[in-house]
Design a protein around this ligand. Structure first.
Ligand code: NAP
Length: 226
């Protein structure tokens, strides 16, 4: 179980600060969060992004970013998911943006067989120490940056969110709201195959327009395996 959701969730740590991680960081800074970025090559290689994001951003190692974040965003190629240090994220929501692309990640037999989900594999790696929340995986990074809207805006988009831990899900829904998105509860990590690549909700109906949440629910219901 993660810590209770609170107003003290002010810092977001990033393991992976590329297209998706960097975009979430930009939205988080705009919403008033502090961000701690990391990548595989070292903090000095993030100097330009940190300068661009301003005084609420700094760069660190993945372990330091994981330790500093009240929320921790994992946004790396899926094959690198074990880089998350379980002890450093204990008691925290870990926002999993990752997708399985065999041509990039290599073959993962359980995912090919459909016997688990990529987020459940991450949760297994973290054991019971942290709570994985699947989010941001179905939206293209450029649209993620451009479609954020204030709460209540008529053209606000919604994103699917899956997790086993209710508090972690609640924390992520609150974070989404702060950075400009509504949320649709997709269920558990076992259910999160419904938002993995090649499903109806992947990359399509988040984009504003009337009733985006209903469109997402419809798309989730249409998903089929195999
Ligand atoms: N691009 C999209 O529109 C999109 C949309 C939804 C979901 N996704 C998924 O989100 C994840 C990230 O995608 P992206 O497009 O943001 O990728 P990206 O732009 O290539 O960024 C990947 C980031 O992960 C870091 N990284 C790689 N290996 C690492 C390791 N071992 N330890 C620490 N950091 C590491 C990279 O750092 P270095 O550069 O230093 O190696 C980089 O900061 C992927 O799983 C992708 O499928 C992408």
């Amino acid at each position: 179980m993660v810590r209770p959701v609170g107003r003290d969730m002010t810092t977001v740590g990033f393991i992976g600060s590329g297209k998706i991680g960097g975009t979430v960081a930009r939205l988080a800074v705009a919403a008033g969060y502090d961000v701690v970025l990391s990548n595989s090559r070292g903090p000095e290689t993030l100097a330009d992004l940190v300068a661009d994001l301003g005084p609420k951003a700094r760069a660190a190692t993945p372990a330091e970013a994981a330790q500093a974040g009240d929320l921790v965003v994992l946004s790396v190629p899926l094959h690198a998911y074990r880089v998350v240090p379980a002890a450093a994220v204990a008691g925290k929501p870990v926002l999993d943006t990752n997708n399985y692309y065999p041509q990039r990640d290599g073959r993962i037999a359980e995912l090919d067989a459909g016997s688990t989900t990529s987020s459940a594999l991450l949760q297994e790696h973290l054991a019971g120490d942290a709570a994985v929340v699947k989010v941001f995986n179905n939206i293209n990074w450029t649209q993620l940056g451009s479609l954020a809207r204030p709460s209540g805006a008529a053209d606000r988009s919604a994103l699917p969110v899956a997790a086993d831990d209710a508090r972690a899900k609640e924390a992520v829904v609150a974070f989404l709201d702060a950075i400009g998105y509504d949320a649709v509860d997709t269920g558990s990590l076992a259910d999160s195959w419904r938002q993995q690549p090649d499903t109806p909700v992947y990359g399509v109906p988040y984009a504003g327009g009337p009733a985006p949440a209903e469109k997402i629910r419809d798309a989730l219901a249409e998903a089929g395996r195999g």
